[in-house]
Design a protein around this ligand. Structure first.
Ligand code: ZN
Length: 413
């Protein structure tokens, strides 16, 4: 495609910066990058051979970024399915199918926070599989008996996903440091730590504290000695959230029960909140969950809505993340509606899924907005997402997806 130049026109541009939409806009893509985005009247002159795509007045947005997925996990919530009844090859093909569906939903980049190994990222980069660009955490780190410790009461451990472990068990500052080194050696783009227990873990609760401030700080320091990596902290209870922020985590994943002090700390440090509210759409799947998980999740729902709304009200930075694998794959942008439900405007929710998500990935220079110089990751939808944010959650209304300048989905009538 070298030299290929495409003009997208007859569109309304929502560029992901939070700026007002531009009606009658045009976007020019060349060699996989955006060379112009703005009013059609100022479009640079077309060279001979330029391809023209008419969008019929539809809305064009940046490719979305889901900063919290588990592509290696089937979304049935059945741990056993992921661990015992799959060969490695079947698991890999199934993961490839989930990647394809995620891309078709309008998600051109993801951060996989446990389960997918670096081979999935490489396969996508090499064009062997159609899917979002991937940043991978590989494995999640917790204490013995913590959120990542899937040792069941029988003594059997369910820590495998696709034939490899998804767990780093650490119980001291030194072990945390060594695990961070091991993860970076194995190709981790982001380090995932568990600062609290969780809903689905067999032997702890969301209020239990996980890694200590000192352990998290050691991991942050260790990544800094190797070029830097974001540190994503699974944290649901208030005390563990504070520990994670104090230790220097880049983002709080879930953050359900953040207290006022936690919000103060996040504002002070510029910590991102990735609230993964899609995980609360679980009532149609309770039959797939353990009774303990159902009870815990129901008890969390109202408090979570209150506390995340308060964090939004006070201005904590939010990035879109779904926890797909726990929530369904391939409907990732349903999270936008939940973000609006906790107080973001539709435009702010879009920014959380584009520009701000790119910043959390450390990729704001290349991804997240439709601006000249950025990578051409674009999404076109039917309807106006600013008046109906929920429409983006329906993959059928995401009619065109462009990734790195290549059309990867075109379902326009
Ligand atoms: Zn998760």
């Amino acid at each position: 495609m070298t030299g290929a130049r495409t003009l997208y026109r007859d569109l309304t541009l929502i560029d992901g910066t939070g700026a007002q939409p531009v009606a009658d806009a045009a976007v020019v893509v060349e060699d996989g990058a955006i060379v112009y985005a703005g009013p059609a009247a100022r479009t640079p002159a077309s060279p001979p051979g330029e391809r023209v795509v008419e969008l019929g007045g539809r809305v064009l947005l940046p490719g979305f970024i889901d900063t919290h997925v588990h592509l290696g996990m089937e979304d049935s919530r059945e741990l056993l399915n992921n661990t015992l009844d799959r060969t490695r090859s079947l698991h890999a093909f199934e993961t490839g199918d989930r990647m394809r569906r995620t891309l078709a939903a309008g998600v051109t980049s993801v951060r996989d926070l446990g389960g997918a190994d670096a081979g999935f990222r490489q396969a996508q980069e090499r064009g062997l599989v159609s899917g979002p660009r991937m940043n991978v955490a590989l494995r999640l780190m917790s204490h013995t008996g913590g959120h990542a410790d899937f040792t069941m009461p029988s003594g059997v451990s369910l820590q495998e996903c696709g034939g490899h472990t998804v767990v780093e068990i650490v119980d001291s500052v030194q072990e945390a440091r060594v695990a961070a080194r091991r993860l970076m050696r194995d190709g981790a783009d982001v380090i995932k730590v568990c600062a609290t227990g969780g809903v689905s873990s067999p032997s702890d609760t969301p209020d239990d504290e996980g890694l200590t401030v000192e352990e998290i700080a050691a991991i942050v320091e260790e990544t800094g000695r190797h070029g830097g990596r974001p540190v994503a902290a699974h944290a649901q209870g208030a005390a563990g959230i504070r520990n994670a922020v104090r230790g220097g985590a880049t983002s709080i994943e879930h953050g359900y029960l953040v207290d006022d002090e936690g919000i103060d700390l996040m504002l002070e440090r510029g910590t991102f909140l990735v609230p993964t509210l899609s995980t609360f759409d679980f009532e149609d799947r309770v039959h797939l969950m353990t009774p303990k998980a159902v009870e815990t999740k129901r008890a969390l729902a109202d408090r979570t809505f209150e506390r995340v709304s308060e964090a939004v009200r006070r201005g904590v930075r939010v990035a879109l993340g779904t926890d797909a694998g726990i929530s369904p794959h391939g409907a990732n942008l349903a999270e936008l509606r939940h973000l609006v439900g906790v107080g973001l405007s539709p435009m702010a929710a879009i920014v959380a899924g584009t520009r701000d998500a790119a910043e959390l990935l450390g990729a704001a220079g290349a991804l997240g907005t439709v601006e000249a110089g950025k990578t051409a990751d674009l999404v076109v939808c039917d309807g106006d997402p600013l008046s109906d944010i929920a429409l983006l959650g329906d993959p059928d209304r995401v009619v065109l997806v462009v990734q790195g300048g290549e059309v990867v989905k075109d379902a326009r009538d």
